[in-house]
Design a protein around this ligand. Sequence first.
Ligand SMILES: Nc1nc2c(ncn2[C@@H]2O[C@H](COP(=O)(O)OP(=O)(O)O)[C@@H](O)[C@H]2O)c(=O)[nH]1
Ligand SMILES: [Mg+2]
Length: 245
Amino acid sequence: MADRGRRALVILPTYDERDNVLPLSRDILAASPDLEILVVDDASPDGTGAVVAEAAKSEPRLHLLEREGKLGLGMAYLAGFRYGLDNGFDLLFTMDADRSHNPRYLPAMLEQLETRDMVIGSRYVPGGGIENWPVHRQLLSSFANFYARTLLRLSVRDCTSGYRGYRREVLETVDAFAVKSSGYSFLYEMVFRVHRAGYTVGEVPIVFEQRVAGQSKINSSEIYVAAFRVLMTALAPPRVGRKGG
Ligand SMILES: Nc1nc2c(ncn2[C@@H]2O[C@H](COP(=O)(O)OP(=O)(O)O)[C@@H](O)[C@H]2O)c(=O)[nH]1
Ligand SMILES: [Mg+2]
């Protein structure tokens, strides 16, 4: 099946990303004519929503979903998936909006989705990596991935990367909307569901870059929440649909 002309939506969750979101959006739209963007903004105090609303007036491929307050990253992804499915998109991507995820990898990720059901922009396959992260953060991230992969018996090397693409039927089948966890937990839990449902997952090497402007919003306590939830998922796996079923 040829994938050319498939409509793809890139979901960008934002909280205080005013200085990053438009340069990033411009690069995404330039990466492929098949791409549109949905910014899911949680009433950012820095006015990210207003900046995007203004730009969307003259860019028909840029859309904005404004939420009333900071409802968390997992819920922002789900709101984006709902919008993408309701609006007939075939492929749904997620990317961090802080420019850690370079749009130059999108063409390779689109290509992988011609043969795979899901694709991950991966720091932990040959050719991938992390630029300028402090050693303790790199160690923590590698350990978190090793822990989740081992406990959940995943073959994916990077299960906490937020740079991904899904075919729409994957999101419909695995009951993504039942995933109530936020942040990092959401990310590996989706990989787990996709794996269990029998879908194929490809990984494209990416170099994760430092955010360009602003600060990280992810609280370090989320790491402990995620570690606990991995254990719970391993002990009591959720029921998910099956590919083609
Ligand atoms: N809409 C929304 N976006 C969020 C929220 N928390 C984080 N983000 C966005 O999620 C992405 C990843 O967050 P970031 O702070 O860079 O996390 P880190 O890279 O793990 O330190 C960025 O685009 C943030 O703006 C939230 O509660 N709501
Ligand atoms: Mg970041």
